[in-house]
Write a protein that binds this ligand. Structure first.
Ligand SMILES: C[C@H](O)[C@H](O)[C@H]1CNC2=NC(N)=NC(=O)C2=N1
Length: 114
């Protein structure tokens, strides 16, 4: 199967399916650095990235913003000194779609190319 980070987000409509429990179990194994959390009843993927200072954290956040714009799928980004907390979920379906796992894998690739 093509690596997750090589795949593109498909249009995520409001009626698109959330991942099933079975798919979830398979997909979480493909992005092991991410943890599934539930915020206000919505399942999300979260990973904290660390940096040497605020400027590097901000630069990563901006590169992630460009990636999100190019894919049409947008994360939660909390930029702090030396730290960026990224969360992925699909607003339209109030949960996790395959797109979120693709974007998590692409975020990992972005980080690896820092
Ligand atoms: C109209 C536009 O395509 C939608 O609002 C997109 C934009 N980015 C998005 N990002 C995320 N994470 N979830 C969405 O449902 C979503 N919808």
């Amino acid at each position: 199967m093509t690596a997750l980070n090589q795949q593109s987000c498909e249009a995520c409509r409001a009626d698109a399916p959330r991942v099933t429990d079975e798919e979830l179990a398979e997909l979480v194994r493909m992005v092991p650095e991410w943890r599934a959390i539930v915020v206000d009843g919505i399942m999300q993927l979260e990973r904290v990235f660390t940096f040497k200072n605020f400027k590097q954290a901000m630069a990563f956040s901006n590169r992630l913003a460009d990636l999100a714009e190019s894919e049409g799928h947008h994360p939660g980004i909390l930029t702090e000194w030396g730290k960026v907390t990224v969360t992925w979920w699909s607003h339209s379906i109030k949960g996790l779609h395959r797109n979120d796992f693709i974007m998590a894998a692409k975020t990992d690739a972005l980080w690896a190319n820092e």
